[in-house]
Design a binder for this molecule. Sequence first.
Ligand SMILES: *[C@@H]1O[C@H](CO)[C@@H](O)[C@H](O)[C@H]1NC(C)=O
Ligand SMILES: *[C@@H]1O[C@H](CO)[C@@H](O)[C@H](O)[C@H]1NC(C)=O
Ligand SMILES: *[C@@H]1O[C@H](CO)[C@@H](O)[C@H](O)[C@H]1NC(C)=O
Ligand SMILES: *[C@@H]1O[C@H](CO)[C@@H](O)[C@H](O)[C@H]1NC(C)=O
Ligand SMILES: *[C@@H]1O[C@H](CO)[C@@H](O)[C@H](O)[C@H]1NC(C)=O
Ligand SMILES: *[C@@H]1O[C@H](CO)[C@@H](O)[C@H](O)[C@H]1NC(C)=O
Ligand SMILES: *[C@@H]1O[C@H](CO)[C@@H](O)[C@H](O)[C@H]1NC(C)=O
Ligand SMILES: *[C@@H]1O[C@H](CO)[C@@H](O)[C@H](O)[C@H]1NC(C)=O
Ligand SMILES: *[C@@H]1O[C@H](CO)[C@@H](O)[C@H](O)[C@H]1NC(C)=O
Ligand SMILES: *[C@@H]1O[C@H](CO)[C@@H](O)[C@H](O)[C@H]1NC(C)=O
Ligand SMILES: *[C@@H]1O[C@H](CO)[C@@H](O)[C@H](O)[C@H]1NC(C)=O
Ligand SMILES: *[C@@H]1O[C@H](CO)[C@@H](O)[C@H](O)[C@H]1NC(C)=O
Length: 748
Amino acid sequence: MGLHLLQAQLLVAILFVFASTSVSTSGNFPLAKQNCVDRCGNVSIPFPFGTTEYCYLNRSFFVTCNETYHPPKAFLQNTSIEITNISLKGQLRLLQFIAKDCYSQNGTKVFYNNPWIYLPVYLTVNNTSNKFTVVGCDTYAFVYGRRINRNYQIGCTAMCDYEDDLTDGSCSGLGCCQTSIPEDVWRVEVRLKSYENYKKVWNFNNCSYGFLVEESAFRFSPRNLSSLRNVEKLSMVVDWAIGNGTCEEARKNMSSYACKSTNSQCYKPDNGYGYRCLCSEGYQGNPYLPYGCQDIDECKDPSLNKCEKHCENTVGSYQCVCPKGYHGDGKKDGKGCIRGQSLVFKLVTGIALGIIVLMLAACWLYFELKRRKLVRMKHKFFLQNGGLLLQEKLTRRDTSPDMARIFNSAELKKATNNFHDSRIIGQGGFGTVYKGFLSDNRIVSIKKSKQVNPNQVEQFINEVIVLSQINHRNVVRLLGCCLDTKVPLLVYEFINNGTLFEHINNKTKARALSWDKRLTVAAEAAGVLAYLHSAASPPIIHRDVKSANILLDASFTAKVSDFGASRLVPLDRTQLSTMVQGTFGYLDPEYMQTHQLTEKSDVYSFGVVLVELLTGKKALSYDRPEEEINLASYFLSTLKQNQLFQVLDDNIVCEENNKELILVSMLAKRCLYVRGEDRPSMKKVAMELEGLSLSKKHSKMPTEPNAPEMESLLGEKFNVFSNGEGNSTSIGYDSTRDHFFLPSSGGR
Ligand SMILES: *[C@@H]1O[C@H](CO)[C@@H](O)[C@H](O)[C@H]1NC(C)=O
Ligand SMILES: *[C@@H]1O[C@H](CO)[C@@H](O)[C@H](O)[C@H]1NC(C)=O
Ligand SMILES: *[C@@H]1O[C@H](CO)[C@@H](O)[C@H](O)[C@H]1NC(C)=O
Ligand SMILES: *[C@@H]1O[C@H](CO)[C@@H](O)[C@H](O)[C@H]1NC(C)=O
Ligand SMILES: *[C@@H]1O[C@H](CO)[C@@H](O)[C@H](O)[C@H]1NC(C)=O
Ligand SMILES: *[C@@H]1O[C@H](CO)[C@@H](O)[C@H](O)[C@H]1NC(C)=O
Ligand SMILES: *[C@@H]1O[C@H](CO)[C@@H](O)[C@H](O)[C@H]1NC(C)=O
Ligand SMILES: *[C@@H]1O[C@H](CO)[C@@H](O)[C@H](O)[C@H]1NC(C)=O
Ligand SMILES: *[C@@H]1O[C@H](CO)[C@@H](O)[C@H](O)[C@H]1NC(C)=O
Ligand SMILES: *[C@@H]1O[C@H](CO)[C@@H](O)[C@H](O)[C@H]1NC(C)=O
Ligand SMILES: *[C@@H]1O[C@H](CO)[C@@H](O)[C@H](O)[C@H]1NC(C)=O
Ligand SMILES: *[C@@H]1O[C@H](CO)[C@@H](O)[C@H](O)[C@H]1NC(C)=O
């Protein structure tokens, strides 16, 4: 039994292979049985239809192929009904006679026919595709006959009075009438009638026409009133089905069940008796043949699959496959392939991410270490630069709000555009001076020493300490310092008009620097030095008094700067043994010899500055003849030779101030005495210059009774501003100009 079945299956399989290879037809799958003709002229003849006994399912599906025509014509069974198309979906097209009814001008019928068609039991007229159509201008017509188990009759009237009432494509009663028919119709007859036998419309229409026609095959046009006369047949769609039972009934007798193919299904048609067969989804072919339904390769036809990338055909269906590196459904739902969800991709991205994270961490570590090193270095510099010492000193002294503060390096870097060359305003042996703009809009000059050695650090701290104690309008104010850099930085207020040295030695500037201005500058500078010597506590010796260290602001107010060489002189000592420091040309010869620093050293240097002011010459210049190289000695020798006016600056010499020039020259001479003891004190120098400067101002106001003072000044008996107690204990500078009083340590 089992063997038997196996043999049968084998046979079927062999048959199928043979059939599919030998009978290959339109659409790549076999339509007819093996060794059967599947085509008659232009009409394909699929099984269950066939032209010979073996080839059709039963006699009902017999098709006559009359080959005397070219191309051959197919006819239904042994009738004269021509078939033009057979579809496996259950339809076929027939050509059917049209009914005509024609009249002569006097109203007599000249021609008519009443065509009819009886369809075999397995065929019914398709009620959706066909329409009963009547054409004519004086007609009414009926279609009638049999549906399953009953009769039917439908009428339609087409009328018109004028030819121009008719419109193309419109079939709604004017010259053309169309109506549906019911389902299950198998017998059709058409009868035409006329109301007035075309007497009224005969001149443009003398026939009426009626027919069941495939709706899409007929489109009304007014010309059809006459052109249809020459048409014999029009096509009509009929439905076909197998048997007269339902699918369930048919399946009871498998040997007569028509859906022979695997992957085929049975379904009930909309129309008529019986059942039909259909290939399952994903298959195509002829379901009525064994193995007739074949797999569709959906991948070959893009309209059949929704795959984005690669399509893989499967039996009865297809799969959307994603290429390598892609993953996902990529499927019929159109979700698509998603790049790289594959294990390899995940692994690769994971490793890459890991590396990136590691690198970031390494970078962070590197910069963090670098930052810490920088912080450590800054701290080291801070300590090295005496930061603690300074901090301690600053805090120990009663700190006032405008006292020096400690800047940080970043602040100053920003202020000087990272110490850009364009910001340099001065350069010398001491280092470099930059112009800087602080974030609070203050303009400052920032002094950066050239190199550091422990001695200089001490000197530097010294300057900070000294300057932080001085708050005088004629001293360049120290705003603060910066210690967390390799080289300590000092931040001063910015004095915008250059040094006295420049003003003396630049020809145009020297011309503008009048005697009055020079006198004022000298008085102011002397005042500061006097203050440093006697007023500040402990006293301060500047040690580097020179014209280059006296700055001028816009109103030519003197600002003494560069206290780098200053030393605080302890109160109990008047002399201090130190290394010789200062600038040649200004150096006190006694100090050079003895290394004994006294306040008189500053007096000597100031004397040189006075000579500079008087002569407009440099303190030391190798451009001059040998005896003139040192300005101080040259000046003294000219004085001795009574040739003062030859050496004085032409810019200041005039009749009115001869006396003053002589007085100041004499003062300078006294300052330059070789023996420090012989030199006047700075306070005395300051008072004399101040007196001269003041009297000059007063003399310009004729009402002021200052002549006696002038006299006493000329007699070198200087006692202005005595507070009336004889031996004055305090000396007041003009309080309208200077806002402080100096405690006196007693004139010498
Ligand atoms: C039949 O097919 C031929 C060629 O395939 C074509 O020229 C001819 O018009 C067709 N005839 C009909 C009636 O479809
Ligand atoms: C084919 O058609 C011709 C002409 O219509 C007819 O004479 C002949 O008998 C037909 N042959 C068959 C087999 O029906
Ligand atoms: C057509 O075939 C039927 C039987 O199927 C037969 O009764 C009928 O006489 C035949 N008619 C012609 C014209 O051959
Ligand atoms: C038959 O009808 C079907 C469906 O209307 C159509 O696709 C096919 O081309 C037709 N075949 C011929 C030969 O006219
Ligand atoms: C009907 O009219 C057409 C022209 O429209 C003419 O050729 C034909 O002979 C007429 N028929 C009769 C019966 O008068
Ligand atoms: C009507 O006309 C036809 C020819 O067109 C003619 O044979 C017939 O006798 C006419 N009848 C009458 C009543 O005139
Ligand atoms: C044709 O018949 C079906 C029932 O078989 C019906 O549902 C459908 O409406 C009919 N179509 C027309 C155009 O009458
Ligand atoms: C109806 O008239 C149009 C236009 O002249 C023509 O193309 C068409 O073939 C006619 N219809 C029939 C069935 O003769
Ligand atoms: C042929 O098939 C039709 C419809 O399936 C059926 O009604 C008829 O009885 C069958 N005739 C024969 C001889 O099998
Ligand atoms: C189907 O056809 C057979 C004869 O071919 C008949 O005996 C039977 O009654 C029919 N069934 C129906 C539902 O029409
Ligand atoms: C099944 O159908 C075949 C052929 O159509 C027939 O010979 C047989 O008697 C049927 N069997 C039954 C049980 O109806
Ligand atoms: C009529 O034909 C159409 C296709 O042309 C088909 O879809 C339909 O099922 C057929 N039958 C009926 C009753 O509509």
